[in-house]
Design a protein around this ligand. Structure first.
Ligand SMILES: Nc1ncnc2c1ncn2[C@@H]1O[C@H](COP(=O)(O)OP(=O)(O)O)[C@@H](O)[C@H]1O
Ligand code: SF4
Ligand SMILES: [Mg+2]
Length: 378
């Protein structure tokens, strides 16, 4: 293990098999510098009533930290409203966070000049849920894809056109057919491929996919996931891959971060998150996925997570999951659990924010969560 590997704050990723590869993920990856270091990010929004009077504060992100290494994928999952899109916007600095820092290739992005920020953003691209929302409907596909090149390179028109055609081939669209189409003439899957071609036009080091495949049908989802994987292998892209459920990110993630109400409940190597989750919320999310029992061939009935997430306007004291957690004790209402390395023998960091982390393989007890009032009584 390298010096970097011993850093419990590092989020390094890679399957056990990948770790043996010398030039891709895992052990060797940790000898490199992290591409992205996110520290203690906090984002809040004010809510306002009539006359613009402030009525409250939405705690959208409350102290999120992680690291990402080149060529790796961190899946970020959490229910709607858990702060995933806010995190993406804070990472790319389209919204300045209230506090916390984002470093890209060792340079802090907060407070950067516009010029420097523009240069960094060329290496850090977003792909959104709705491809049509990010594509100008009046432009031809070739213009949509070549536009980012105008401001960042000295390429001639001819070179740009050749690059557009190459990019369309990479994303599996025939340039002779699609160059002159307009977004309105494309299916959702084709439009998302064009959005991805545009995102990779400047050969970024990082792509942030914010629910980028959620609106696509299952077959197209699989094709786009394969495309992401190919791009990772071909040009060494790293991904922050945001989705609202664990099933979606399983295929693509080296590491997985589970968000709950603006915080990281658990973050760790994908195999540990899926096979031996330690946070009750992660376990509950996994239990809510319908799966097939390989031994009996029967579908296992999913156990839905009970109750709605509490409001980020007034998060519960202590652990924000305590109002829905069947393991909650009095301390959970008093003391906020901080992400702590669980030391489960994995060569990669695995952190859990829970006073009573599950043992590997432990299931949740079949008892309801304590009422919020009881949990709050100390
Ligand atoms: N511009 C904003 N103003 C006020 N509240 C916001 C704003 N953006 C997001 N929020 C709130 O912040 C929380 C996190 O939102 P978001 O990051 O969009 O969650 P997710 O992407 O996980 O669904 C939600 O409660 C949302 O309503
Ligand atoms: S800290 Fe307490 S309430 Fe929160 S997840 Fe752990 S056991 Fe449940
Ligand atoms: Mg979102």
């Amino acid at each position: 293990m390298t010096g970097k590997a011993a850093n419990p704050d590092a989020v390094n990723s890679g399957s056990a098999e990948d770790a043996k590869e010398p030039d891709t993920h895992g052990e060797m990856a940790r000898e490199r510098e992290p591409l992205l270091v996110v520290k203690d990010l906090v984002q809040e929004y004010s809510t306002r009533g009539p006359g613009g009077v402030k009525t409250g504060t939405v705690h959208a992100l409350s102290g999120v930290s992680f690291e990402l290494y080149p060529g790796e994928t961190l899946g970020i999952v959490g229910e709607t409203g858990s702060g995933k899109s806010t995190l993406a916007r804070a990472v790319i600095q389209v919204e300045e966070p209230v506090s916390g820092t984002v470093e890209f290739r060792g340079k802090q992005m907060n407070g950067m000049s516009r010029k420097d920020l523009r240069a960094v953003r060329a290496e850090m691209q977003m792909v959104y849920q709705d491809p049509f929302g990010s594509l100008n409907p009046r432009w031809k596909v070739s213009d949509v894809i070549s536009e980012p090149m105008l401001g960042h390179t000295d390429m001639s028109k001819q070179q740009r056109q050749e690059r557009v055609e190459k990019l369309l081939e990479i994303v599996g669209l025939d340039p002779s057919i699609y160059c002159n189409r307009r977004p309105i003439e494309l299916s959702g899957g084709q439009a998302q491929r064009v959005a991805i071609a545009r995102a990779v036009a400047l050969e970024p080091a990082l792509i942030i996919c914010d629910e980028a495949i959620s609106s696509l049908d299952v077959l197209i989802q699989a094709q786009v996931l394969n495309l992401f994987e190919e791009l990772r292998q071909e040009i060494g892209l790293a991904y922050l891959f945001i989705a609202h459920d664990l099933a979606t990110v399983k295929q693509i993630s080296d590491s997985v971060a589970v968000m709950h109400l603006g915080q990281l409940a658990e973050i760790g190597p994908a195999e540990a998150i899926y096979d031996a989750p330690r946070h009750p919320y992660t376990r509950a999310l996994l239990d809510s996925i319908p799966i097939l029992d390989v031994e009996t061939g029967e579908a296992k009935r999913p156990v839905p997570l009970k109750g709605d997430p509490p409001s980020p306007l007034d998060p519960p004291s202590g652990c924000r999951f305590r109002t829905r957690c069947p393991l909650a004790e009095d301390i959970c209402a008093e003391v906020e659990p901080i992400p702590t390395e669980v030391g489960d023998g994995s060569s990669r960091p695995h952190k859990v924010a829970c006073h009573f982390p599950l043992e590997p393989g432990q299931m949740l007890p079949n008892r309801p969560a304590r009422p919020a009032a009881a949990a709050a009584t100390v």
